[in-house]
Design a protein around this ligand. Structure first.
Ligand code: SF4
Length: 367
């Protein structure tokens, strides 16, 4: 891809071990990756691969698939082979599917020890099989399925309970000298979740998979995830992220990527700097910003485009951006790299900005 606006990370990353989820490195300073999970029946191989292809196109780097039945387990080998991004099998309840997933060539397996009875007895075998295949394990602790012993001890899924559960399960693997592990401690309350990950980050050096579980519909879930990931990543905590939304998974990926870009952990691509509008606005800023965003959707060239409603901050922001418009009196002054190149009527602003963006993209694209 083209070089974007260079990432300027919000904070130094927490030192952690590195694991390999297929070709994607997680932890040990590797770029924070974005993942999602399919919503299809995994046994429907065609539909699952189709959704994985859509996720891949939207920028997803790791995809997780559920595996509740034998038919799903049987589908894993084909899915793992045909997917262009690493596939993680998500296992609850049935340890036999852990072995099936590893043998099917999944890039990693997520286990939820709280949901696997007699998990402790099986760890030795799981560790041996995973090691033989070079398959890392995610220990995925979830508030909704916390180990009964810990629920009794703490009364509810407190940060301490989530962390104790995760570290206990990790210690079982460590007894068998298996450390190819990443950990998540998810909770639907960002305040609990943030505290749990903070404690976990202090207590171990495993890479961490961040997630607010059951975050809700798109709007609420986006905000919860952005707040929680922002709080953690700005302390350097977090190596891979999954935004959970009650919305199509490609939306989760878009949100995840935007969060990383906002925190300077990912180079920025197209960025629209638009003002909120106010009583001084001399054009319809919302409409302009929306039309410019739609018109430049999919643009790969990293551009900062300013859409400003009047001359108060307009020229300043427009000058700082690669491209911009400062509006006044039903007209727009079009800026390119800080210079006014044209003044056009309001009806031509969007079209002109898109034309100028295309010209800039041509100039910056490699020969
Ligand atoms: Fe208001 Fe102008 Fe600022 Fe937009 S740029 S918020 S219209 S003062």
């Amino acid at each position: 891809g083209l070089p974007g606006v260079p990432a300027r990370p919000v904070a130094p990353r927490r030192p952690s071990r590195r694991i390999q989820v297929g070709p994607v490195a997680v932890g040990g300073g590797a770029p924070v990756s974005v993942q999602s999970m399919t919503t299809t029946r995994t046994s429907d191989i065609g539909a699952t691969l189709q959704q994985i292809a859509e996720l891949t196109a939207s920028g997803c780097q790791i995809v997780r698939v559920a595996c509740p039945t034998q038919d799903d387990a049987d589908a894993l080998a084909t899915i793992a082979e045909k997917s262009r991004i690493p596939v993680v099998a998500d296992i609850h309840f049935q340890p036999k599917y852990v072995f099936a997933a590893i043998e099917a060539g999944c890039a990693a397996v997520r286990v939820n020890p709280g949901n696997i009875k007699k998990f402790d007895d099986q760890v030795k075998e799981i560790a041996r099989t995973a090691r033989d295949h070079g398959t890392p394990i995610r220990i995925g602790v979830n508030a909704g399925s916390l180990d009964r012993r810990l629920l009794q001890k703490y009364g509810r899924a407190t940060p301490e309970a989530l962390v104790e559960s995760a570290l206990w399960e990790a210690s079982l693997f460590e007894e068998h000298d298996f450390r190819d592990i990443k950990i998540s401690v998810k909770h639907n309350d960002p305040v609990v979740m943030i505290e749990a990950y903070r404690q976990l980050a202090e207590a171990c050096d495993y890479p961490l998979h961040l997630g607010v579980t059951e975050a809700g519909p798109a709007f609420q879930g986006t905000i919860k995830s952005a707040v929680a990931f922002g709080a953690l990543l700005s302390r350097g905590i977090g190596d891979t992220i999954r935004v959970s939304l009650s919305a199509p998974p490609a939306e989760e990926v878009k949100v995840g990527i935007q969060i990383l870009q906002a925190l300077g952990l990912r180079e920025r691509r197209l960025e629209i700097v638009s003002c909120p509008s106010c009583g001084r606005a001399q054009v319809d800023v919302y409409k302009l910003a929306e039309e410019v965003t739609a018109g430049l959707d999919g643009m790969e060239t990293p551009l900062r485009v300013a859409v400003m409603g009047c001359v108060v901050n307009g020229p300043g922001e427009a000058r700082e951006a690669d491209l911009g418009v400062a509006s006044g009196n039903g007209k727009g002054q079009i800026f390119v790299k800080g210079e006014v190149v044209r003044t056009v009527p309001e009806s031509k602003i969007v079209q002109t900005l898109i034309e100028e963006a295309m010209k800039l993209a041509e100039r910056t694209s490699p020969a």
